[in-house]
Each structure stands twice: as structure tokens, then as C-alpha cells.
Design a protein around this ligand. Structure first.
Ligand SMILES: *Cc1c(COP(=O)(O)O)cnc(C)c1O
Ligand SMILES: [Zn+2]
Length: 467
């Protein structure tokens, strides 16, 4: 199907070069800018109303209807179904949380958590990986590589193992990757290169290595990956019975997710499938706040596709001069040079967006609330919740707005951050959290040490649980 109606196009309006979807590029060959996957939509092949997607629910034995990405494939028609690589990604859920609503200052029933931790590799990255590996399959490029703060490598490694492809090559910054994620890359058999440097270094190196060795790059500058991540928005809509929420709130790292969301809403509106779009809030960690600084403090805007890149360049030079490196407990968003910066500016433009930064203290406290409310996420995901709290306190978000936070990754991704927070080991607290300015575990649920003695055990239970 479809190959003739899908193509790649440079996002720079002064270039706008186009390429076939069969080309493996990861950047405009003429000007180096980011590429989009764009479509000459065949309206006859599209549902007239979003409700029509519900027909796929009755065909759960069909992998393409089962997948939370490919059941919406009419909205990402760049690949023939016979090339699709799917492992059952996107079986995620949207759940209201009264506890978290109270914590952030929203009225009951107004806060929803979109739990992407339920994906096969435990993060939203699987939505994108199924799409970019389907493209890789289509063009016959199955030796893949990525740089990762952890979840991209876990997802890529899992997909390649499941598909029986050669081991992917994953680049991680040394000492920067959470244990749950590292354990996945190793267990699924990826060649794991621990670069002596941070994510921004790994990102630069993987691009150079991919070019030399003709590896298929699975990072979010791959535009096909972002096509898959649009499906997170489709599932949010589906769970809200196709009613557009007031706000989508997402943590911002490399800004692929925010970019994909903006594209999803833009296309849905253009196709007449929604009559309005939600506002978008992108939340940075204060220790990795490039987008916040540029957008909210320096006034950088999309500007019709011509953002002031000289301003961005000066900002990066300043980071270098001050030797400022990204530093946050939310390792998945510990990124100072987001590759999708321009596309994120476009998403903010489409969705009348805002950007905020939140401290590691606020992130961990929000994370504990998410867990106590019956879900559980990794630190980066909780930045979205902390961001809502901030935006409600600023009266940017109103208490009865309908707000959807994207919980990007599973709690078990980063057990050390969680145990350091709840535990009683002061040394561990200092080493993991204290050094990042976290002063207290506001909502700690301390483990209780008790002698191997029934009377002592009963006493402890009386004291702590049956008071
Ligand atoms: C990758 C990742 C992010 C950051 O997403 P971007 O698309 O890079 O902005 C946030 N949270 C988790 C859990 C992630 O794995
Ligand atoms: Zn170009």
C-alpha cells in the first residue's frame, strides 16, 4: 500500500527537500535539518470519524489490529503491513488518579495518567521502535544502533531479539544509565558500548559511527520512530471516548515524544478528525533545562519554521564555556542538547504550549505520590506530574481542566532511585539524591528492620500498621 503517498520532507521551509520513504537518511541530505514523514492523504482510506478505529477491537488475534500502534495505521501509512515488526506494543491504559489529582491541586476526576510503562520493554519507546524497525525491515537495514539514556536501548534490544535480527549496537553514557534499563540491554543481547561521557557525547558518536558503518539509527531523530509515537495520543483519545483533553503533559528529554504529539494533533485537526487540539506542557528537569531556558527565558519560537538558531548556538556555546553538563536523577531526560528541539518548538506552536522546569526534589515527591496512588513510574515520568502541580499553582492549568500526564516509563526501571528515597541508608540517599539537591524524602515509606523473633515482629506490626 501507501508507499507512493508517503515521503520524507525536510522541516526547513527554505529547503523543503523531499525524499522517498525508501531512503535511509536521518537528516536532510541538502541542509542537514530534521526530516518529517509526510503524506498525501488518501481520504478514502481514512476513517471519517475516530470511532471507526474501534472496529479493530474485535480482531485481537490479528497482530496489526492488536498492536496499540498499528490499529491506527491509517494515520501512519508509510509501510506495507507485510513489513511491520510488532511485538504487541501499546497495550497501555489511561487511568484517572484521585490521589494524584489532589496532590497537584486538580478537582476529582480531572487528572489522568497514561501509563506507558505497560509496554513490553517497560517504556513508551516501544511505540516508536515498532515503527522505525518496520521501516528498517522495509528497506532491508536490520543492523541497528542507538544512543540512549537507557530506554531506547532496552526497547531496540528487545525488538531485535524478538525479531531474530542481529544484535543492535547501543551507546550509553557511562554511569548514567538506570540499572533496570542496563539489565535489559544486556539480557536481550545488545552490544552495549559504555562511552566515557554522557548522553550528549553518546548521541554525537552514534551518528558518526552509523554513517561510517551504515548502521540503521533508531534514535528519535529517525522520523519513522516519531510516527509510531503519535499513537500514544490516539490511545489517549480512544480512552477518553474521543474527547480531546485540555492538557497533555509530557517530560522533555530529546523531545521526540513532544514532537510526535504535536504532529499527531496537527494532522488530526487537518484531517478534520478533531475540532480542537489540547494545550501541551513539556516539563524539563531543572538540571537539564535547555528547552525551558530557550523557550520561556529567551523567547525562542518556531517562527514559521525559522526559529532563531543563532540564539540556540550561542546558548550551547555558553553551556560549553561554563562546562555545564546535564545533571538530574531523572536520567531519561538528562539531556542538554535535544535533537528534536526544532520539532518541539513546532509542537508548542501547534498546541499553544508551555515549558516548565522542576527540581529533582519535586520529581521524587511526585513519583512517590504516583506510586502511592496505585501506578508507579520512573523519575523522568514523574516530572510531568510535578509540572502539573507547578502549572496549577501558577493558575496556568485550572483546577477543573482535564489533564493527561504521560507516565513514560515503569517504576522498576530505576530501583536505586526509589530505594534511596524510601530507604534508611543515609549514605545511599546522599550518593544518589542528596548530591542533586534533594533534601528530604517527603513521602518516604521506610522499611522496618526487625529481629528474627515472632514477638518482635508482632510488636512491629502493632506499632506501624495497626495503630
Ligand atoms: C526517552 C524517555 C523520556 C524522554 O522522551 P523524549 O522523547 O526524549 O523527550 C522520558 N521518559 C522516559 C521514561 C523515557 O524513556
Ligand atoms: Zn533540508
Amino acid at each position: 500500500m501507501a508507499e507512493e503517498i508517503a515521503y520524507q520532507r525536510c522541516i526547513n521551509p527554505d529547503c523543503a527537500a523531499t525524499y522517498a520513504v525508501s531512503e535511509i537518511l536521518f537528516g536532510c541530505a541538502r541542509c542537514g535539518d530534521l526530516l518529517d514523514v509526510v503524506y498525501d492523504w488518501d481520504r478514502a482510506a481514512l476513517p471519517r470519524r475516530l470511532e471507526e478505529f474501534e472496529a479493530a477491537w474485535t480482531r485481537r488475534h490479528d497482530p496489526l489490529a492488536f498492536s496499540g500502534v498499528w490499529r491506527f495505521r491509517a494515520l501512519l501509512p508509510f509501510v506495507d503491513p507485510k513489513h511491520v515488526v510488532t511485538i504487541g506494543e501499546g497495550q497501555t491504559l489511561l487511568r484517572p488518579s484521585e490521589r494524584v489529582a489532589r496532590y497537584v491541586g486538580l478537582k476529582p476526576g480531572r487528572l489522568f495518567l497514561q501509563y506507558e510503562g505497560l509496554n513490553p520493554s517497560g517504556s513508551f519507546k516501544d511505540n516508536g521502535m515498532t515503527a522505525c524497525l518496520s521501516h528498517a525491515n522495509m528497506v532491508g537495514a536490520i543492523r541497528a544502533a542507538c544512543a540512549s539514556t537507557g530506554n531506547t536501548s532496552a526497547s531496540l534490544a528487545l525488538f531485535c531479539a524478538a525479531a531474530g535480527w542481529p544484535s543492535p549496537i547501543v551507546f550509553v553514557g557511562s554511569g548514567k544509565i538506570a540499572y533496570g534499563k542496563l539489565s535489559q540491554a544486556l539480557e536481550y543481547g545488545a552490544l552495549t558500548l559504555q562511552i566515557v561521557g554522557d548522553f550528549d557525547d553518546a548521541m554525537r558518536q552514534v551518528q558518526a559511527a552509523a554513517k561510517r558503518l551504515k548502521l540503521y539509527l533508531a534514535n528519535s531523530l529517525n522520523p519513522f520512530r516519531l510516527e509510531g509515537q503519535k499513537a500514544i495520543m490516539y490511545r489517549v483519545l480512544e480512552a477518553l471516548r474521543w474527547e480531546v483533553p485540555d492538557w497533555i503533559v509530557v517530560p522533555g528529554g530529546n523531545l521526540g515524544n513532544a514532537s510526535a504529539f504535536g504532529k499527531a494533533w496537527h494532522e488530526l485537526r487537518e484531517l478534520g478528525l478533531v475540532d480542537r487540539v489540547p494545550r501541551l506542557a513539556i516539563i524539563n528537569a531543572a538540571g537539564a533545562n535547555t528547552l525551558y531556558a530557550l523557550y520561556e527565558q529567551h523567547g525562542l519560537r518556531w517562527n514559521g519554521g525559522r526559529p532563531d538558531m543563532a540564539l540556540v548556538q550561542r546558548y550551547y556555546e555558553q553551556l560549553d564555556r561554563e562546562r555545564r553538563r546535564a545533571n538530574t536523577v531523572a536520567s531519561a531526560i538528562e539531556i542538554n542538547r535535544p535533537v528534536n528541539l526544532k520539532k518541539a518548538l513546532r509542537a508548542l506552536d501547534v498546541c499553544d504550549g508551555v515549558v516548565r522546569e522542576v527540581t529533582d526534589q519535586a520529581i521524587l515527591d511526585a513519583k512517590a505520590q504516583v506510586g502511592a496512588g496505585g501506578l508507579g513510574c520512573e523519575p523522568a515520568s514523574a516530572a510531568a506530574v510535578a509540572g502539573v502541580k507547578k502549572l496549577v499553582s501558577e493558575q496556568v492549568i485550572e483546577p477543573d481542566d482535564r489533564v493527561v500526564c504521560i507516565l513514560t516509563g515503569h517504576l522498576l526501571k530505576d530501583p536505586i532511585a526509589t530505594v534511596a528515597y524510601h530507604g534508611t541508608d543515609q549514605k545511599q540517599f546522599d550518593a544518589v539524591l542528596g548530591k542533586r539537591g534533594v533534601r528530604r524524602a517527603t513521602f518516604a515509606n521506610r522499611p522496618v528492620v526487625v529481629a528474627n523473633d515472632l514477638d518482635e515482629i508482632l510488636r512491629a506490626i502493632q506499632l506501624y500498621a495497626l495503630r
